[in-house]
Design a protein around this ligand. Structure first.
Ligand code: FDA
Length: 394
């Protein structure tokens, strides 16, 4: 087993790790990146349906969740979405904007991986895949990292091992465990940007809803998102649900407005006055998918002419559309979650350098840190920004 010496060792060749490596090597630091995966940056590859939603036109601190909402501000200011757009433009990677300012590659996410790999190679950073870390210890002037092939001595150790989502493609709790071993606090991790599941009773009530998609407002406490919602076999999904899942704690009710532009009770009452022989289903089919209108009317026992339905019944039906209360039994978990919420407590880190305050020379960047973005390119922007900033100091 050989001993390798390097200035900077980065564990995790994903979005943040590669960005950090390129920057560190550009500053003349001898930089190595190791990753246990066989393939580089799997999460970039599968992101955005293979087209990588790499950033957003409008990046604001309010798009990020953290125990300390101020922590992300400095990095997001120093390395912006425009910096990343400028970088991909240098590589002639073309892109397009979708709803909510989301930017995607025209061609493929692989272009982003290739670009980051080239940036690393050009600067002289070495990336080694298929390398398992077997132990990390603190030495007098840095760290000793034992791998299944070498021992690596480094002055600066960067942890860029990401979050816990999608273990199937290499996610591990390595970074969180190491932080704890080194005496750093970790904010309890949980799946975020993830579909909700329901218990069997609710699923039975929702049978027949599967596959229906519509724009809806989904609310937890005071936070709400208005985007697409999809009924699945297990529960609900779609962008509005993924977004709100990051704010949800088990046991909390979720309120859904299936017709956010319409006061349904007023609509039903008005139609009852003007066209008493009209059926509720027909009225609702003007604002909701037909199948959904039919199922909601059946569930509220509101079939028949509007004239025969009491206002109380109409109110119940309207509430099931404008303020539907659902109690998720849980989420689909890390198997499908796009990100992890929580992670290394930002109070343990410098927001300028990402270095641990307790363990000099140890850095945490990317998703392993307790900063979680909304859906829409915000998580990659955090990976680029935190990786770039740490790369200026390691
Ligand atoms: P990342 O996960 O990119 O990299 C971590 C690296 O560490 C991996 O290469 C892994 O193999 C390695 N590693 C882990 N444990 C290790 C160990 N013990 N030893 C060695 N190596 C180890 N975000 C966004 O902004 N836009 C999008 O379109 C999407 N789309 C998307 C789709 C899907 C399906 C998922 C699961 C996630 C997204 N995301 C996203 C989220 C985004 O992918 C994520 O936030 C970033 O990749 C995080 O970057 P990091 O570098 O922190 O971790």
């Amino acid at each position: 087993m050989s001993i390798i010496k390097t200035d900077v060792l980065i564990i995790g060749a994903g979005a943040a790790g590669m960005m950090c490596a390129a920057q560190s090597a550009q500053r003349g630091r001898h930089t190595q990146v190791i990753d246990h995966s066989k393939k580089l940056a799997e999460k970039i590859r599968i992101s955005g349906g293979g087209r990588c939603n790499f950033t957003n036109m409008d990046i604001q601190p309010k798009n990020y969740l953290s125990e300390n909402p101020h922590f992300c501000k400095s990095a997001l200011k120093r390395y912006t979405n425009w910096d990343f757009i400028s970088l991909i433009s240098d590589y002639n990677i073309t892109y397009h904007e979708r709803d909510h300012g989301q930017l995607f590659c025209d061609d493929s996410a692989q272009q982003i991986i290739d670009m980051l790999q080239t940036e690393c190679h050009k600067a002289g950073a070495e990336i080694r895949l298929n390398t398992k870390v077997e132990g990390v210890s603190k030495t007098e002037d840095g760290f000793l990292v034992m791998t299944d092939s070498d021992e690596i001595e480094c002055a600066h150790l960067v942890i860029a091992t990401g979050g816990l989502s999608i273990p199937k493609i290499g996610a591990t709790n390595f970074g969180l465990k190491l932080a704890e071993t080194m005496g750093l606090n970790v904010i309890h991790p949980r799946p975020a940007l993830v579909p909700f599941t329901f218990d069997q009773e609710t699923r039975d009530k929702l049978s027949g809803f599967q596959g229906i998609a519509l724009e809806a407002t989904v609310k937890v406490g005071k936070t709400e998102f208005r985007e697409a919602l999809l009924f699945t076999h297990k529960g609900i999904s779609g962008p509005s649900v993924l977004q709100i899942s990051s704010y949800w704690t088990p046991g909390q009710m979720v309120e859904i407005n299936l017709a956010p532009d319409t006061d349904v009770f007023t609509l039903l009452k008005q139609t009852k006055l003007e066209q008493p022989k009209q059926g509720a289903q027909k009225v609702l089919s003007q604002i909701l998918p037909k199948r959904l209108a039919q199922r909601l009317v059946e569930q509220s026992a509101c079939a028949g002419n509007l004239a025969d339905l009491s206002d109380k019944k109409l109110q119940t039906l309207a509430t099931s559309i404008n303020a539907w209360q659902l109690l998720p039994s849980g989420t689909e978990g890390y198997r499908t979650a796009e990100v992890m919420r929580g992670g290394v407590d930002t109070n343990e880190l410098s927001s300028k350098t990402f270095e641990s305050k307790k363990v000099p020379g140890l850095y945490f960047i990317g998703e392993v840190v307790d900063v979680t973005g909304h859906l829409g390119g915000y998580n990659f922007q955090w990976a680029w920004a935190s990786g770039w900033c740490a790369g200026q100091f390691v």
